[in-house]
Ligand binder design. Sequence first.
Ligand code: SAH
Length: 515
Amino acid sequence: MTMSTASRTNCLVYLIGAGPGDPGLITVRGRECIARADVVIYDYLANDELLSFARPDAELIYAGKVGGQHNRAQWQINELLVRKALEGRIVARLKGGDPFVFGRGGEECEALVTAGVPFEVVPGVTAGIGAAAYAGIPLTHRNVTTSVAFVTGHESPGKKSSDIDWEGLSLGSGTVVFYMGVKSLPHITENLMAHGRRADTPVALVRWGTRPEQEVLVGTLADIADKVRRTGFKAPAITVVGEVVRLRKTLRWFDNRPLFGRSIMVTRAADQAGEFSVMLRSLGARVLECPTIAIAPPESWDDLDSAISRIDTFDWAIFTSFNAVRFFFQRLDAAGRDSRALGACRICVVGPKTAEALAPYGIRPDLVAADYKGEGVIEALRDVPLAGKRVLFPKGDRARDVIPTGLAAFGAHVEAPVAYRNAAPDALPAGTIEELEDRRIHCVTFTSSSTVQNLAAILGENRMLHLLEGVIIASIGPITSRSCRELGLQVHIEPQEYTLAALTAEMVRHFSAPA
Ligand code: SAH
């Protein structure tokens, strides 16, 4: 077998539509293909966040193309695709929107056919559809219009006469969506009016549609070009022409959410950020998860291992976090034992989340505290006869003393080995510092003292103060706020009640208030 046939059996190019910007709008198939690729070649309009689906060892190549200043000519991109594929590698070619809608995907496929490279096309949500939806403009509506056309606003330079059927687009009531048409907008609106579209036909431009940066400008055929010039509205944008644009007034849903346009940094530990991020995103915020707490093993396992070696002597075990459960069972396993070692031991947990953490080990807790904190555990155990009983409480290194003290008061013998540590990670996720430097983050949230103290430890106090200058600080409660102030940070948002929901509500209030 020759080298070239060998490599051709492996090579494959996925031409993937990345969707218009919101990373959630990629298809399931598109995501699978990115995850499988050895090489990912991506465009300016494809959201970088999608690159996080790539394998850590995948080669990432920016094909570049910023508003006509092509970093690489199309033939060079074609050549790159063919070359990488013929090296025997799986290539994901990630293109904004849909690859076959004004994406030159057809040309790239032709080059692959010529080179004999097999390919698969994964469609994407095209900007015309995505941006219109996120602007609250249905492209067709039963009572308003029966057709929609996608038109390039940017015909190949040097063309003598227009290939665009202005007459067909102007007559009737069909919706027309122009891509790449911001610069040539005066030309577009004049042509439509000259061919019979009414001057009061509504027009909307949607810039960076579906992204947190989305901007919408509405006008009519008569005045939109002037509005664009006056406001300095820029590409990339689609232009929607037609009566359907009026529906935005009632159907707007995305860019009027209370936290829309705000970039918010969440500093909770990676495994705890989810719930908060979901809440903020559903209110329209752009969320950057930037954990300043990393869960790490204790300095030494000696205390926990020693307790585990005497596990049969305990009457109760108490778990107050997912991490305590995880590390406890890891060490139990390391000792060559399993859940049956807890056979005679009763189990109390702090809440339903911790109860769920025990389920994979086949364990149902005997008691679940109703109030999800240390005090709740004490309350739950109040009626249990504990005098003289032995209680094991594997805990985090920063756990408060509430449980050991409370149980000792009931006459129990408590052993509380450290099962994990809350450590500061060495660095913030890639790109976070740049975002802070460019002032692209509007608000940083701290949900415990450790989150702010660790951020200071990672960045250095002065650098943190410099990077957070002018940034709104949201703190979950007075103890966290005090830690912020001790480090020289001013706190702008603090709820009455110390919960994520209350903090979120307070953020909404802060950002909705007139400036
Ligand atoms: N294949 C792409 C289109 C590429 S042409 C697709 O299917 O969407 C580039 C043009 O697409 C831009 O000039 C702009 O008109 C439009 N576009 C791409 N992403 C956009 C977005 N998020 N919001 C508005 N317009 C966008």
